[in-house]
Design a binder for this molecule. Structure first.
Ligand code: HEM
Ligand code: 2DC
Length: 469
């Protein structure tokens, strides 16, 4: 017999009291650990209400399959009110990240062709390869200048720049010049704004931004300032391309970038294009840079594995005679390493959908319209789902284990990460160049955990040593 919705275990009766407890546990920064603990307490399904945020949470891949089968034609994830409120406040259009329904689908279908279809890789890879080469050249220069034979540092700032340079070169078909010694202060400011934007979003998941705005709360003011900085930099980049396009009218045969392609295609309104390009630019910095930092950290902790990956890359280089697009087809273990990083250190703690149909999960009835969350962080560390989950083992993704609904770091289906192809290519190319040039080491006995700042990030700086081979 199917049990009713009201019998799902969990704390969902008093959102305000739960918010108070959540706050006492420093939940704004510990969301991932609290979710893990809730699954331990309540089992594989629990219902929760914290502040105004209400959801049903699940952890099993088989249940994830049921969830995504019920996502409907217009999959809808948690509405991040802080982000929509800002746009309403400043009279800006929603991009594909925030749109829903038919409006979302129409934009998404056009963007898919330019951003995530497999054929775009041909265009992206040469641009990303150039940025990767410049990154290692920059590190070599840093080492040379230091007068030592190695460089010990917190790479996060360098990685932010690498990520922004990469995503910008793909979007605009042009370099920002962030791998140079003197960089545009506006670009640096943009990077800081993105981090602030993410950080100020998390409290507003639980407390309505409209309320915070009314009382003039600092977190709302900081959030507005962060988005203002993001939009003004994106606007500058977009206007620059728009102007050039009108002057030259597409004379050269070279790939002009995603923005110019969309403008020439003339299938989306200019305002819609601007909104989505801004989201892509903002979404393309902290996500990949943090994942790369975690990957270097894991490679430093596993020197034998690092050598194995280096050998794979060397063989791929030889077989493809340096053709990067070909190389990317010959590095399964490098790809496994990135999946493994995202299993243990996912960018998104959860995936969510407002389900379109009634479903039954763990023998409980869940009505259509409910917000159901898959605990991605918890699933990645569950011994019932992954054999010896605490071990970093890229080879587990080479078909030894079951993969059914287990590789979900970029989400699922038509609403999955739009930046996925860019992110994957950018990260693979980065690792290829780094493995070909440096050995990565770390200080002994330093364990680094995740902290929740809307996306999961390292709780403290990760100090690594790069040694030229
Ligand atoms: C959405 C993860 C990098 C842009 C998402 C979602 C996840 C995700 C989990 C939600 C998917 C869903 O609900 O099914 C990641 C990870 C990244 C990454 C793990 C890198 C390691 C990027 C990059 C960009 C980007 C580089 C931009 C170039 C977006 C956009 C959406 C999205 C625009 C919303 C798509 C929509 O609503 O239709 N991402 N992301 N992401 N991501 Fe990413
Ligand atoms: C955060 O409980 C935790 O890719 C919440 O590139 C549920 C939630 C909803 C939406 C998720 C968010 C979490 C994490 C960050 C994500 C976001 C959707 C897109 C966004 C996963 C899991 C991200 C980082 C985008 C951001 C693009 C943007 C800022 C322009």
């Amino acid at each position: 017999i199917v049990r009713p919705f009201s019998e799902i275990p969990g704390l969902w009766k008093n959102g305000v009291a739960n918010l108070y407890n959540f706050w006492k546990l420093d939940g704004f920064r510990n969301l991932h650990r609290i979710m893990l603990q809730n699954f331990n307490t309540f089992g594989p399904i629990y219902r929760e209400k914290v502040g105004y945020y209400e959801s049903v949470n699940i952890i099993n891949p088989e249940d994830a399959a049921i969830l995504f089968k019920a996502e409907g034609h217009y999959p809808k994830r948690l509405r991040v009110e802080a982000w929509t409120s800002y746009r309403d406040y400043r009279n800006r259009k929603y991009g594909v990240l925030l749109k829903d329904g038919e409006d979302w689908r129409l934009n998404r279908v056009i963007l898919n062709k330019e951003v995530i279809s497999p054929k775009t890789l041909e265009n992206f890879v040469p641009l990303l390869d150039e940025v990767g080469q410049d990154f290692v050249a920059r590190v070599h220069k840093k080492i040379k200048r230091s007068g030592q034979k190695q460089w010990t540092t917190d790479l996060s700032q360098e990685l932010f720049k690498y990520a922004l340079e990469s995503v910008s070169s793909v979007l605009y078909g042009e370099r920002l010049g962030l791998m140079l010694d003197y960089i545009d202060p506006e670009a640096q400011h943009f990077i800081e704004c993105i981090t602030l934007m993410f950080k100020t979003t998390s409290p507003m998941l639980y407390i309505p931004p409209a309320l915070l705005r009314q009382i003039g709360a600092k977190v709302w003011r900081d959030h507005v300032e962060a988005w203002d900085g993001i939009f003004s930099q994106a606007d500058r980049c977009i206007h620059n391309i728009y102007r050039k396009l009108r002057q030259e009218a597409g004379t050269s045969k070279k790939y002009p970038g995603v923005l110019a392609s969309l403008l020439m295609l003339d299938k989306m309104s200019i305002e819609d294009i601007k909104a989505s390009i801004t989201e892509l630019m903002a979404g393309g910095v902290d996500t990949t840079s943090v994942t790369l930092l975690w990957t270097l950290y894991e490679l430093a902790r596993h020197p034998n594995l690092q050598e194995e990956l280096r050998a794979e890359v060397a063989a791929a280089r030889a077989e493809s005679q340096g053709d990067m697009l070909e190389m990317l087809k010959r590095i399964p273990l490098v790809k496994g390493a990135l999946k493994e990083t995202l299993r243990l250190h996912p960018v998104a703690v959860s995936l969510q959908r407002y389900i379109a149909d009634d479903i039954i999960i763990q023998n409980y009835h869940i009505p259509a319209g409910t917000l159901v969350q898959l605990g991605l962080y918890a699933m990645g560390r569950d011994p019932k789902v992954f054999f010896r989950p605490e071990q970093y083992q890229p080879s587990r993704w080479l078909r030894t284990e079951k993969h059914y609904f287990r590789s979900l770091s970029f989400g699922f289906g038509p609403r999955q990460c739009l930046g996925r192809r860019i992110a994957e290519a950018e990260m693979q190319i980065f690792l290829i160049h780094m493995l070909e040039n440096f050995r990565v080491e770390k200080q002994r006995h330093v364990e680094v955990q995740s902290t929740f700042e809307l996306i999961l990030v390292p709780e403290k700086p990760i100090i690594l040593t790069l040694k030229p081979l």
